[in-house]
Design a protein. Structure first.
Length: 80
């Protein structure tokens, strides 16, 4: 993936910009930011996010493990 001018991968910038844009509307910003970040992250993939971002998230180990289990179930059933 092409790097942006500041050296970060474009997808990383897009995910963070998506979250910032979503919360700029105000209101229930934690929920809106979470949903926007989840959608952008799913679209661009976790390979484009720095590992330290995951480690700072509350419950990150649980969610990483859960996503791996779900992915395994889907690939075994040829859904993905």
């Amino acid at each position: 993936m092409k790097d942006s001018d500041d050296g970060q991968p474009d997808a990383l910038n897009v995910v963070f910009r998506t979250i910032a844009f979503a919360i700029s509307f105000g209101g229930d910003t934690d929920t809106i930011g979470t949903m926007a970040g989840a959608i952008a992250g799913a679209f661009y993939g976790d390979a484009n996010l720095p590992v330290d971002s995951f480690k700072r998230m509350e419950g990150s180990d649980y969610y990483i493990e859960a996503s791996e289990v779900i992915f395994k179930m889907l690939t075994e059933k040829n859904v993905v």
